[in-house]
Design a binder for this molecule. Structure first.
Ligand code: FAD
Ligand code: DLZ
Ligand code: SF4
Length: 508
C-alpha cells in the first residue's frame, strides 16, 4: 500500500528525512503549489516564483530518480488550495493511510499536520547541525541563552575551524577586526544572475498573473532555482567575495545592494545548499590561504552559530513566541514599509531594494528598517509579518526570532541582551545614505534634524525604567541626564510631532 511523502516548498533536499524513510517503488511523493501557503502573508512575487520554480525542478529531479511525484500546479482546476487538502485528495487517489513528513519550519503547519485525519509520521529535519534535543540540552538551566557560547560548542562538535582543541587563529571570535565602514569601491559583483529557463519563465508568467498586487517587483528575476546553480553562487562568493566579508559585513552603500554578502540564505533555507557544506567550503578557503580568518570565522559564525541558534530559539519558545510584545508597542506599520513616500534616504533605499530584489542584507534589516520600527514603537506582530512577506529567505523558524527577538526586543531579551537601537550617527558611519538625505544627520533638533536622532531619545525615555539599569545602556542615560532641560523638552516634543505626522500618513 502506498504511503504519501510530503515535500514542502522549503524541503527541496534529496536526503530529506521523509524521502530517506520512504520507498520509491511503492510510496508517492506529494508536492503542491497552493494558495494557503502562498497567502498566509502577502509574499514578495520573487519569493513565490523562487519557491514554485525550485519545487518544479526538484519534482523533475525526483521523477528522474525513479519517484512517483503527484504535483499540484497552482492553477490546477481540481486543487483544494491547501497542503492538508491536497494530502487528503492524494490519499484518496492512492488509498493511502499513512503520511511521511519532515517537520515543517513553522508551528502553523506542524499543527495542521498533527490534526490530519490520516496519521502523519513527522520526522526530524536533519538538515540542521543541532537537533532540537541538542539545543534544549544546551539551553537547559542557563539564565541567558547567549549565541556565542552555543557557537563555541558547535565549533568543537563539528571540528569546523578547529586546530585540535583550539580555535583556528587562536580566538573564537574575530569580530574585533570586522565591521569597517563602507569602502569606496566594491570588487565583488554579487549574485550570479541566472537567466530564466522555460520552467522559470512559466512560473514567472503564473506569478505575474496570480499575484499582481503583491508588494515587490517580479522582473529581473535572477535567483538560482536548483542545487547546481545554488552551488555556483556559493563557489562564486567563496572565490570573489568571502575574503572581504568580515571587513564590510555591516557596510551599506547607495550604489551597491549586495556588497560582500553571500546571497545564499534563500538557497540554504529551501534546501538547495547544505549549511555544513557551506561552512566547509569557507573553511577550505581559509586553509588554502585565499581568505583571512576574520572573514571566514565571521561567515561560519553566521551559519553554524546564528542560524542554528535562531532555529533553536524558535522551537524552544513555542507557537506563542510570535505574539510577544514585551515593550508594548502598538503603532501600525507605516505605509513607507510598503513603498510609501519617505524623505528618509536610508529607509527609502532599504525598502526600494527590498521591493526590487526580495533581499536586503543583515544591517539594512537590523539597523535601518528594524531600528526605525523599534524606535517608533511599531507593533512587533506587524513588523514580523512584513519581514516574513518581503524577503525571499523568510520562513518563520528563522525570520521570527530575528524580528521579534533580535530586532524588536519583543521577547524581553531572550535573543538580544540589549535593544538594537541607534541614532542617525551609526547609519552615517556605516553607509553613504546620509550624504544625499533630505534630513541632516548632524542636526539633533529643529527643522531638518534626522528623525533617528529624535526617536532614539524618545525610545530611551519611553523605556527608561526597563533599560536604565542595563549595564550596556546606562551610559546613554547619563548623557541624557547631562542634557539641558530645555533641550530635552525640544527633543521629546519634536519626536512626538514626528510620530504624529507618521500616524497621520504625512510624508516624513
Ligand atoms: P550573509 O551576510 O552572506 O551571511 C551568510 C549566512 O549566514 C546567511 O546566508 C544566513 O544563512 C546566515 N545568517 C546570518 N545572520 C543570520 C541570522 N541573524 N539568523 C540566521 N541566519 C543568519 N535570515 C534568513 O535566512 N531568513 C529571514 O527571514 C531573516 N530575517 C531577518 C529579519 C531581521 C529583522 C534580521 C535583523 C535578520 C534576518 N535574517 C534572516 C538574517 C540575515 O539578515 C540574513 O540571513 C542575511 O541577510 C541573508 O543574506 P546573505 O545570504 O547574503 O547572508
Ligand atoms: C513560502 C511557500 C510558498 C509561497 N508556497 C508554498 C507552496 O505553494 N507549497 C509549499 O509546499 N510550500 C510553500 N511555501 C513554503 C511553506 O510555506 C513552508 O514550508 C512553511 O512555511 C514552513 O517553513
Ligand atoms: Fe537616515 Fe537620518 Fe541618515 Fe537620513 S540623515 S539617511 S534619515 S540616518
Amino acid at each position: 500500500v502506498a504511503r504519501l511523502v510530503l515535500v514542502l516548498g522549503d524541503q527541496l533536499t534529496p536526503s530529506l528525512s521523509a524521502l530517506a524513510e520512504a520507498d520509491p517503488s511503492t510510496d508517492v511523493v506529494v508536492m503542491a503549489e497552493v494558495l494557503g501557503e502562498a497567502s498566509y502573508v502577502p509574499h514578495h512575487p520573487k519569493k513565490i516564483a523562487l519557491i514554485f520554480a525550485a519545487m518544479r525542478k526538484f519534482a523533475q529531479r525526483l521523477r528522474s530518480e525513479g519517484w512517483r511525484v503527484d504535483y499540484t500546479v497552482f492553477d490546477d482546476p481540481d486543487t483544494t488550495g491547501t497542503i492538508e487538502g491536497e494530502l487528503m485528495r492524494r490519499a484518496s487517489d492512492h488509498a493511502a493511510h499513512e503520511i511521511l513528513a519532515t517537520e515543517p519550519g513553522e508551528w502553523r503547519l506542524i499543527s495542521i499536520l498533527e490534526d490530519m485525519q490520516i496519521p502523519v509520521q513527522m520526522l526530524p529535519d536533519t538538515r540542521f547541525l543541532a537537533s532540537h534535543k541538542r539545543f534544549e540540552d544546551w539551553a537547559e538551566g542557563r539564565k541567558q541563552l547567549r549565541m556565542e557560547y552555543f557557537y563555541r560548542e558547535m565549533r568543537r562538535e563539528t571540528g569546523l575551524l578547529m586546530d585540535g582543541k583550539d580555535p583556528a587563529g587562536g580566538k573564537w571570535n574575530f569580530d574585533h577586526d570586522n565591521r569597517k565602514p563602507a569602502p569606496d569601491a566594491i570588487t565583488f559583483d554579487g549574485p550570479i544572475r541566472f537567466e530564466p529557463d522555460g520552467t522559470v519563465q512559466q512560473v514567472l508568467d503564473l506569478v505575474a498573473q496570480q499575484f499582481p498586487d503583491n508588494f515587490g517587483d517580479l522582473d529581473d528575476f535572477w535567483f538560482a532555482t536548483d542545487a547546481t546553480q545554488a552551488q555556483q553562487q556559493l563557489d562564486h562568493f567563496i572565490k570573489d567575495g568571502l575574503a572581504q566579508f568580515g571587513d564590510f559585513q555591516d557596510a551599506m552603500l547607495l550604489e551597491h545592494r549586495f556588497l560582500y554578502h553571500g546571497l545564499i540564505s534563500f538557497y540554504m533555507n529551501i534546501g538547495l545548499l547544505d549549511p555544513l557544506q557551506v561552512c566547509k567550503a569557507a573553511e577550505a578557503a581559509y586553509r588554502a590561504g585565499s581568505a583571512p580568518i576574520n572573514a571566514v570565522e565571521g561567515f561560519i559564525r553566521q551559519i553554524l552559530g546564528w542560524r542554528e541558534y535562531i532555529r533553536g530559539i524558535y522551537f524552544l519558545q513555542g507557537p506563542e513566541y510570535t505574539n510577544s510584545n514585551g515593550l508594548e508597542h502598538h503603532r501600525d506599520l507605516p505605509a513607507l514599509y510598503w513603498g510609501g513616500e519617505t524623505k528618509m534616504q536610508c529607509l527609502s533605499k532599504a525598502v526600494e531594494q527590498t521591493r526590487a530584489e526580495a533581499y536586503a542584507h543583515h544591517i539594512q534589516r537590523l539597523m535601518v528598517t528594524g531600528n526605525f520600527a523599534l524606535l517608533a514603537g511599531i507593533d512587533p506582530a506587524q513588523v514580523h509579518e512584513w519581514y516574513l512577506a518581503v524577503y525571499a529567505d523568510a520562513f518563520e523558524w528563522v525570520e521570527a526570532p530575528n524580528t521579534i527577538g533580535m530586532s524588536q526586543f519583543a521577547d524581553g531579551g531572550i535573543v538580544a541582551s540589549k535593544p538594537y537601537v541607534s541614532s542617525g550617527s551609526y547609519i552615517n558611519k556605516m553607509s553613504n545614505y546620509c550624504k544625499t538625505c533630505h534630513y541632516s544627520v548632524s542636526q539633533k533638533t529643529g527643522e531638518g534634524a534626522c528623525p533617528f536622532n529624535l526617536l532614539y531619545w524618545d525610545f530611551l525615555m519611553r523605556h527608561k525604567e526597563r533599560f536604565e539599569g542595563n549595564p550596556r545602556m546606562g551610559q546613554m542615560y547619563r548623557v541624557w541626564d547631562k542634557m539641558e532641560a530645555g533641550r530635552k523638552e525640544t527633543v521629546l516634543a519634536e519626536a512626538a510631532m514626528f510620530l504624529e505626522n507618521l500616524d497621520a500618513g504625512r510624508t516624513v
